[in-house]
Design a protein around this ligand. Sequence first.
Ligand code: ATP
Ligand code: MG
Length: 413
Amino acid sequence: MSASTPQPVRGMQSLLGEEAERMAAVVAAFDRVRRLFGFKRVEVPVLEPTAVFARSLGETTDVVSKEMYSFEDKGGDSVTLRPEFTAGIARAFLSEGWQQYAPLKVATHGPAFRYERPQKGRFRQFHQLDAEIIGAAEPQADVETIALGAQLLSELGIEGVILKLNTLGDPETRAAWRDALYEHFAAHRNDLSEDSRERLERNPLRILDSKAHADWPIADSAPVIDDFLTSEASDFFAAVTAGLDSAGVAWERAPRLVRGLDYYRHTAFEFITDQLGSQGTVLAGGRYDGLIESLGGPHTPAVGWAAGIERLAMMIGAPEADTSRAVVIPLGGAAEAVAGKVLAELRRAGVAADMAYRGNMKKRLQRANAAGARFAVILGEDEIAAGEAQVKDLASGEQRAVAFAALAEAVRA
Ligand code: ATP
Ligand code: MG
């Protein structure tokens, strides 16, 4: 390697084999489960006008103030690589006329970008699953969204994940709680971390979500939202928890759970695990009734979640490795010419097949074994003349002659 060999952008992964298969397995399970729940597939751009995220996520959130990949394009417009899906889906809901389909249940997945310090389970290009119900104010929508997440985790065979649930109340509740939190944290101003002293003026709720140990005891003694819930907010939360109970989704109350983005109202939740160190949140979301208005749209209640595919991929069992059912081994020039045809016919018949064309017979059989193949299809001059191949069962060592026309059947069995 010369010194000038290009390196990847920091925090952006290139994956081969099992690690890539794990991510594909997570996506496949998501695609299966979202269909069971009637969530339609959507595609939205990787790039949006910067305002889409700045206005909806909240200018003071970490994501907007520090983590966005924003740049000017050649036309001088400020654009941003999506740090998450919700804002772009909300933008599409407004600009693409999707309002006519409300309540709209949609799901998507793909890369997202955040400029943060890379570590285990934290990357600058990562991948999310995303599910949203837009245009539904009913607590049933919250229940359904959360149940989708729970079933996904269970179908992925991920155990030991706990659903932490909270309500952030309606705007009235939130404003009263916010004032009480401000008073509480202001009284402890000098003991707070530097970040949290800053958060105090802009958004004291965020201190509850602090990753700085210094803030934890102060956050633990902070007023809880329950003392400020309006009866509407309290009824709404009761309906969500009753719905979860009836759907058989286990949950735990987490009265200090807040989410990192500004747009949440009422329900907030996180599925967390202790298996991934400090990157313990695998799936998180909530109700965001204010988001679409912040983009200039009509009041549109909505609820949704996102999950980190890399974090889920680390927690599932290893997917079955790709194997070839048969490996074709041509011996000699004439055989090589026929091997291409045999291989193509096997594949067209739906048999996963490969060819070993390098080295001596022993090497080629080793290759076939390494590929996990059950059969070696050996083509020699004599066999070709007879329109046959030798089919060797690599498990039992048995070998027999099979006519070309019967090959696919022989190796499928
Ligand atoms: P965290 O507290 O870990 O930073 P977050 O609150 O910023 O998470 P969300 O914005 O809720 O995360 O994103 C939803 C999910 O996406 C997270 O629960 C996590 O699984 C995943 N995720 C978020 N940021 C990253 C990242 N930089 N690398 C990998 N996965 C991520
Ligand atoms: Mg984050």
